[in-house]
Design a protein around this ligand. Structure first.
Ligand code: SAH
Ligand code: SF4
Ligand code: F3S
Length: 451
């Protein structure tokens, strides 16, 4: 069978980096002549782009993989690939566990998919997990949206948070040059994309590995400089960035966000814990006081900014009183959204070896208590939108109600309103908010064409 008649399916787990990598790998497969198959069981090539941040994410991959491995026994022409973070973590061991696999490839190898597949098609079983300098992408990604797009600015992470597998699986920080990033955004602008999200695991580290420092000792290329550098790209109306690290977050960045009209007033800054001893054990490099100061400064410049975060409960040794400090932080700050998780010991991370692990019962009880508070606070934060006029960038139809479209406020709240997606896709529409829920809004558009 030739590549021309073959179909592929990609299933993506995990974070935005994986989603961005999947879009690039899909682009590579399409330039090789593969066509997208909606149904995995119709595909001749199956790629799982995997996540290993917590044990349940990893286990999910094995259960999906088991089903396709069984299919391959009946259909030896099926090409089976595991990419992403489980591939990087397990490497050769994955081949022993699932001998039906053709290719195991770490995240740094995503842009090399075509080369790797050539080796597979000439009959080899391939493992690509060695650390490499990430090659610039030359293929056009197949983007899921035609309105919003991810733009990688820095790969990898040099932090060593004691719970986290990311530095092991994503490697050291590698920033793209400002020129390469701007060129990608200009192309997106020409293609009609309206919103871009600059991506990095620790985006505040952007540029510190690029050559050139100023005489004052400052890096020549910081995230703040990058925002100024790409801000005037024609066609792009909104700019977002994620994920921010409290250790490196600067007031200069906050000022830039306040000053630059396209940069949305939404900040995703994980705090992980509200207790200083736990933060120290996590090696996060900041205190809860510093975190509060960052939020106060953001709100001083942009009183309506939305703030979201990630938090972990049940870190080894976390006492009830320390957990309550996390509740207190959430109560005091009033987040728009917090992604919460129970601590999961990960192979190759220091905290997994400590003997102060908490029971699953304690972790799940804390998770439920934190989630209750997070929902209450999000509901309270949503109230401020009631009766307001918000600018919504329309992304898609509301899947549950095709008479409605969906989009987001500048603060990233999902919003639904009546309208025809064919007329409105990619448009910025003023919408009067009529209904608020903890994590989404409904409204009425202020222009007749939408109705
Ligand atoms: N770079 C980002 C987060 C990357 S991982 C940062 O520094 O904040 C995404 C989230 O997964 C983390 O913010 C953390 O809340 C969660 N996470 C990471 N490792 C975890 C683990 N071992 N157990 C539970 N949650 C974890
Ligand atoms: Fe993981 Fe910490 Fe790096 Fe975030 S900053 S990816 S939590 S090691
Ligand atoms: Fe998961 Fe890898 Fe992202 S472990 S969260 S997919 S960096």
């Amino acid at each position: 069978m030739t590549a021309q008649s073959r179909r592929y399916h990609i299933t993506t787990f995990g974070c935005q980096m994986n989603k961005a990598d999947s879009e690039r790998m899909a682009g590579i497969l399409e330039t090789m002549g593969f066509e997208w198959a909606e149904e995995p069981n119709d595909a001749d090539l199956i790629l799982y782009n995997t996540c290993t941040i917590r044990d349940n994410a990893e286990q999910k991959v094995y259960s999906y993989l088991g089903r396709q491995a069984a299919r391959k026994q009946k259909n030896p022409d099926l090409t089976l690939i595991v990419a992403g973070c489980v591939a990087q973590q397990e490497g050769e061991a994955l081949l022993r566990r699932v001998p039906e696999l053709d290719l195991v490839m770490g995240p740094q190898h995503a842009n090399r998919l075509e080369d790797l597949l050539e080796q597979v098609f000439s009959g080899s079983q391939v493992v690509a997990t060695e650390a490499i300098h990430i090659v610039e992408d030359i293929t056009k990604p197949r983007r899921d949206s035609s309105v919003t797009a991810w733009v990688n600015v820095i790969y990898g992470c040099n932090e060593r948070c004691t719970y986290c597998v990311v530095p092991n699986v994503r490697g050291v920080e590698q920033s793209r040059t400002p020129e390469a990033i701007r060129a990608e955004i200009e192309e997106l602008g020409r293609q009609g994309f309206k919103e871009i999200t600059l991506l990095g695991q620790n985006i505040d580290a952007y540029g510190r590995d690029l050559p050139g420092a100023t005489p004052e000792g400052r890096h020549k290329h910081t995230l703040t400089d990058l925002l100024y550098f790409v801000h005037d790209v024609p066609g792009v109306d909104r700019i977002r960035f994620a994920t921010s690290h409290p250790r490196y977050f600067t007031e200069r960045l906050i000022r830039a966000c306040a000053e630059l009209p396209k940069v949305c007033e939404h900040f995703h800054i994980p705090f992980q814990s509200g207790d200083n001893d736990v933060l120290r054990a996590m090696s996060r490099g900041y205190t809860q006081e510093k975190y509060r100061r960052i939020i106060d400064t953001i709100r001083a410049y942009m009183p309506d900014a939305s703030i979201s975060a990630d938090a972990i409960v049940g870190f080894p040794g976390e006492t009830e009183a320390q957990f309550e400090n996390t509740l207190k932080l959430v109560d005091d700050i009033g987040f728009d959204l917090v992604n919460t998780a129970a601590y999961s010991p990960r192979p190759g991370t220091p905290a997994a070896l400590w003997d102060s692990q908490l029971s699953e019962a304690v972790k799940s009880d804390r998770l439920q208590r934190l989630n209750r508070l997070v929902n209450l606070k999000a509901e309270a934060r949503s109230q401020r939108y009631g009766d307001r006029i918000e600018e919504i960038l329309v992304e898609d139809q509301n899947l549950k109600d095709p008479t409605q479209v969906m989009g987001r406020t500048r603060g990233n709240r999902l919003t639904f309103f009546a309208g025809d997606i064919h007329l409105l896709k990619g448009k910025l529409v003023k919408v009067k908010i009529t209904e608020v829920r903890p994590f989404s809004l409904t409204g009425q558009p202020l222009i007749a064409a939408c109705l």
